[in-house]
Design a protein around this ligand. Structure first.
Ligand SMILES: [Zn+2]
Length: 472
């Protein structure tokens, strides 16, 4: 049997969180009473004229910089013609052969080196309205009783990002999307939430034999609404294509839906070719010609991006890739880590506390005073575990001061602990005999008893030493 290599490219749609829509002054945003955020432009009344949203153009350029794209000196809006009830103009204003951002790349750091993914283009367009199929089990048109259209979403600015087919596994595709999402969120241009549909991704999937240089026929996978579903959908489609080729069949170009329940893909429709859309330049809009100083200003506004920050954390704080990745799960957590680490705390200890104990509390890292947290972490060996956890839980309080908790010190005085240790050993003769007979794991049992009696306030190191001494 030949060895197969997956070839995966992604098409990502990102809804920008501008206040208003792409070509009119209607409020943009998720939800709302259906059909309340509309006007003659986004409802396509005859004679209504589009006016481009400047913020949306600037944010797309900013994203282009983050994706290492070349920003076009001249970009053109085109009409993409097709009929659908959620598209009242009969065309979507999009970009075709002169998009705003071209030929970039996006680097995904990993434990075994970087994955560099080519970016073909990132262009600006308007979103369609939302069709809601009523009745039926799946929420799809098949089996539904009727359909409603909500035009609130119609005309919302949308950026489409198209990658090269550079991804070689479903996991790589998922990791790419997660890092891209975080990058977009940190740029402040979109909430990029898959469950709300403000981030949507389709995958172009094909396989080829290892060593083959050309590409075989690809299919397009749609309708996947979480990172896990995307990875599983790609896996299912890879399996199907490999089986098809190995049984002497031929993969045909088509669009597929991933069905989560059955973990299989089902055909949706034959893929349209670009010719079918009869693209032509939008006569109501002039080309976008961004001025050089605006492009430069937007480049300067791009913050340090999460992919870059992960590598810097590994180097600067000598952390493992895994630690650096977890700490960069959000910009706020990364910033808090840096405040704590720069305060002179051991970088690895600070990383362990933040990644495990702190994250487990669910406290918002942006609300925490890093200097006070650093004091707390530094003193963690001298205060009871319970107190430490409570302090972390309360660390977002503006009044939070580490010293409030530091008075609650551990009992480390041997004279105080010794009688207690002796009493516990005397009242558990069976366990003592078993320990002396070789069941050394019972030490933990004795430590636990001491902790229980002292409400967790005994210094575990002193207790361990005392117990070993007495049991010797
Ligand atoms: Zn409108």
């Amino acid at each position: 049997m030949p060895e197969w290599e997956p070839v995966i490219g992604l098409e990502i749609h990102v809804q920008l969180k501008t206040h208003t829509k792409m070509f009119c002054g209607c409020e943009a945003g998720f939800g709302g009473e259906p059909n309340t955020r509309t006007c003659p432009v986004c409802l396509a009344f005859p004679g209504a004229l589009p006016v481009p949203n400047e913020t949306a153009v600037e944010w797309t350029i900013k994203l282009g910089h983050a994706l290492n794209c070349r920003i076009a000196e001249r970009a053109v809006f085109h009409r993409k013609n097709y009929f659908y009830p959620d598209n009242p103009k009969g065309y979507q204003i999009s970009q075709y052969d002169e998009p705003l951002c071209i030929a970039g790349s996006f680097v995904v750091p990993g434990p075994e080196g970087d994955t560099k993914v080519g970016i073909v283009r990132a262009h600006l367009e308007e979103d369609a309205a939302k069709t809601i199929h009523v009745g039926g089990e799946t929420g799809r048109i098949v089996g539904s009783a009727h359909s409603n259209v909500d035009f609130n979403r119609g005309g919302t600015p949308l950026v489409e990002i198209v990658t090269q087919p550079d991804l070689r596994s479903a996991d790589d595709a998922k990791r790419f999307l997660q890092l891209l999402r975080q990058t977009i969120v940190e740029l402040g241009i979109s909430d990029a939430e898959m469950e709300k549909g403000t981030l949507r991704a389709d995958a172009n999937v094909s396989v080829r034999e290892v060593g083959e240089t050309g590409y075989r026929t690809r299919t397009e996978l749609k309708n996947m609404n979480s990172f896990n579903h995307i990875a599983r959908g790609i896996e299912a489609e890879l399996r199907r294509q490999i089986e098809t080729w190995e049984s002497g069949g031929e993969v045909v170009q088509e669009t597929l839906d991933y069905e989560v329940k059955s973990d299989t893909v089902t055909p949706r429709r034959r893929k349209e070719e670009a010719d079918d859309y009869r693209y032509f330049p939008e006569p109501d809009l002039v080309p976008i010609e961004p001025e050089a100083d605006v492009v430069d200003r937007l480049r300067a506004e791009v913050p340090e991006l999460p992919g870059v920050r992960i590598r810097r954390f590994e180097e600067q704080y000598e952390l493992s890739y895994y630690d650096a990745e977890v700490l960069n799960g959000s910009a706020a957590l990364a910033a808090l880590y840096e405040q704590v680490a720069l305060d002179g705390i051991d970088a690895k200890a600070a990383s362990n506390v933040l990644m495990n104990d702190f994250v487990a509390t669910g406290v918002d890292p942006a609300a925490v005073n890093g200097a006070e947290l650093a004091k707390l972490i530094e003193a963690r060996a001298t205060i009871p575990r319970e107190t430490f956890t409570r302090a972390l839980t309360e660390s977002a309080d503006p009044e939070f001061r580490a010293e409030t908790y530091l008075g609650d010190t551990l009992i480390a005085d041997t004279a105080e602990l010794e009688p207690l240790v002796e009493r516990i050993l005397a009242s558990n003769p069976g366990q003592v005999a078993a320990y002396k007979g070789g069941k050394e794991g019972l030490l933990g049992f004795f430590v636990g008893q001491v902790m229980k009696e002292t409400q967790g306030k005994a210094d575990p190191k002193v207790v361990n030493d005392l117990l070993r001494q007495k049991l010797a």
